[in-house]
Design a protein around this ligand. Structure first.
Ligand code: SF4
Length: 328
């Protein structure tokens, strides 16, 4: 049987010692006991630290975590190891549960690039020019932005969501790279992008991808749609993080370049040990700020509880529900 130390050795983002791993095992025990005591579930995003993924009940991307949170019936508490907008989404879809975010510094620069008051003004301006305007917001937005949106999407279903709308003109918020990717897939619609971007994905350059491709022509290149267009053009497949996990498991190829935040490669290294995953080391500081100690303290002290006022939660839930209806 593989030990936790052996598993974490496959993860090259961190250089954990045996002593570190003994510390993790002790914290895992404490967290499991607290989880029982609080009747809690722990859900974690793909980009989180591997020692947190190992103690989570469920690991996934934004859509999977939102769906998972909506289905929590037996647990009283959802300890959400993601960033702030994701914990808000869990509260929107399951308001009767207590949702905890273990570290309030886990924000998101992309979500913050679209403040609700700026969006409200932009919608007014554009509706005067395009009366049939629909607002499609990526799940990486605040609850207040979701409440102003007609429908929500994720990177996995953005094109399908846009295609499902009768509207011709779409304001796509907040990621301009994902907006461009959608515009390529749905050329019959006019997509107006919000000029936001994720600083992690924006840093990745085509030169980095070309250099690895030149050294290893057989490698399959998987690119996240939040990356720049000149990077996406070099991909064998443009996929959401969960799409990448599925693709890497199913494809016969043995080596992949995973062009997204580093944490996904950590998950793949643990889950698909017979294949090799290369990455450009781009870390999201927001996704890495939470520690196992934070998770333990969160369950012990029941902090930090996420609240969403009803006048925001209800319209935000409606926009999310429309997405769930489209994707089934
Ligand atoms: S990777 Fe980018 S989009 Fe994801 S949480 Fe970090 S800043 Fe936000």
């Amino acid at each position: 049987m593989t030990t936790l130390f052996e598993e974490l050795q496959r993860v090259r983002t961190y250089d954990y010692t045996e002593e570190d791993v003994r510390g993790f095992e002790k914290l895992h025990e404490e967290i499991r006991a607290l989880k029982q005591q609080r009747n809690a579930v722990i859900v974690a995003h793909n980009y989180y630290r591997p020692e947190i993924l190992k103690v989570a009940d469920f690991v996934g991307d934004s859509l999977e975590l939102a769906l998972m949170a909506s289905k929590v019936k037996d647990a009283d508490v959802i300890c959400f190891c993601g960033v702030h907008f994701m914990a808000e989404t869990a509260k929107i879809v399951n308001p009767s549960r207590t949702v905890l975010l273990p570290n309030l510094a886990a924000g998101c620069q992309l979500a913050d690039s679209a403040p609700a008051e700026d969006l409200r003004a932009r919608i007014e301006e554009l509706r005067a020019l395009h009366p049939d305007l629909a607002v499609v917001s990526y799940v990486n937005t605040t609850a207040a932005v979701k409440a102003l949106s007609d429908i929500i999407c994720t990177s996995a279903n953005a094109a399908k969501v846009v295609q499902s709308l009768p509207n011709q003109t779409i304001l796509f918020v907040p990621d301009r790279n994902l907006a461009r990717h959608v515009a390529e897939q749905v050329p019959e619609k006019t997509i107006i992008p919000w000029e936001g971007f994720c600083y992690v994905h924006q840093q990745i350059t085509p030169q980095e991808v070309q250099r690895i491709r030149a050294a290893d022509p057989e490698i399959e290149v998987l690119v996240h749609p939040e990356c720049r267009g000149d990077v996406a053009k070099l991909a064998d497949a443009v996929l959401s993080t969960s799409g990448m996990v599925k693709y890497a498991k199913e494809r016969p190829a043995k080596r992949f370049l995973v062009v997204t935040e580093c944490g996904l490669t950590d998950r793949l290294a643990m889950e698909v040990p017979d294949k090799t995953f290369l990455k450009g080391c781009k870390l999201c500081t927001f996704m890495k700020v939470t520690t196992l100690e934070d998770v333990r303290d969160s369950l012990q002290l029941m902090r930090y509880e996420i609240e969403v006022p009803e006048d925001i939660r209800v319209p935000a839930e409606r926009a999310l529900q429309r997405m769930f209806d489209v994707v089934g």
